[in-house]
Design a protein around this ligand. Structure first.
Ligand code: 13P
Length: 253
């Protein structure tokens, strides 16, 4: 089986000022220095990116953003362009998070444009998908995810997707303390990989990293990461404290 480098990513959402984020990043850098068998990424708020970039320089933590616009510049009040993120030191960008879809009107179509723009700017997209609780209860999990994947990656070519990371985040598990069981996560991840093998290419699907997100914490990370198709975690709450997040990065013990 293809060896995939695990990615443990922290989504700091709308938490931390620039100074608070810099302090957290500084401590995290010490705690994860020397880790080379796991990739570490943190996505602070936009206003903290530059300060965090300074703190993590020369270390093994990658910087990410939580959203961006698809245009390279223009009269789009309040938006941030891909080139602004790369200039701030970002290598990753989280796109299509369920909170963006739920509260800010993001659609599969806008996510598609953003993924395209991220790739063009040299940013690695972390493409988020996930079903709601009612969709899961109605037995629609796979069809919902298939649609998000189909539309989100519509008309992409294999060569555009080399840097893609997918994050499966069941909406009912985000910030609720309700984690998907390792079996539920594995079932979905295997499905997503299979779907992408059919849609794009089987070699690509084998190399693709699929992260799990939703109430990941030190007590459950190891069993989730032991699943063959779980290649990492996208962590909200438990990424805010550097000691806790470092425990996640060191999940192998
Ligand atoms: P929690 O880890 O707080 O459940 O958040 C998950 C998430 O949304 C990461 O993007």
């Amino acid at each position: 089986m293809q060896k995939r480098l695990p990615l443990i990513a922290g989504n700091w959402k709308m938490y931390k000022t620039g100074d608070e984020a810099a302090q957290t990043a500084k401590r995290l850098k010490e705690l994860v220095s020397g880790v080379s068998d796991v990739e570490v990424m943190i996505a602070p708020p936009f206003t903290a990116l530059c300060q965090v970039a300074v703190e993590i320089a020369g270390g093994n933590i990658a910087l990410g953003a939580q959203n961006m616009h698809w245009e390279s510049e223009g009269a789009y009040t309040g938006e941030i362009a891909p080139g602004m993120l790369t200039a701030a030191g970002c290598r990753y960008v989280i796109l299509g998070h369920s909170e963006r879809r739920q509260y800010f009107g993001e659609t599969d179509q806008s996510v598609n444009r953003k993924i395209r723009a991220a790739v063009a700017a040299g940013l690695k997209p972390v493409f988020c998908i996930g079903e709601s609780e009612s969709q899961r209860e109605a037995g629609q999990t796979f069809s919902v995810l298939d649609k998000q994947i189909q539309n989100g990656l519509e008309s992409f070519l294999l060569q555009d997707l080399e840097s893609l990371v997918v994050a499966y985040e069941p909406v009912w598990a985000i910030g609720t303390g309700k984690t998907a069981t390792k079996e539920q996560a594995q079932e979905v991840h295997a499905h997503v990989r299979q779907r992408l093998a059919e849609m794009i290419d089987s070699g690509f699907a084998q190399k693709l990293r699929i992260l799990y997100g939703g109430s990941v914490k030190p007590s459950n990370v190891k069993e989730l990461m032991a699943m063959p198709d779980v290649d990492g975690a996208l962590v909200g709450g438990a990424s805010l404290d550097p000691e806790t997040f470092s425990q996640l990065v060191h999940y192998q013990g």
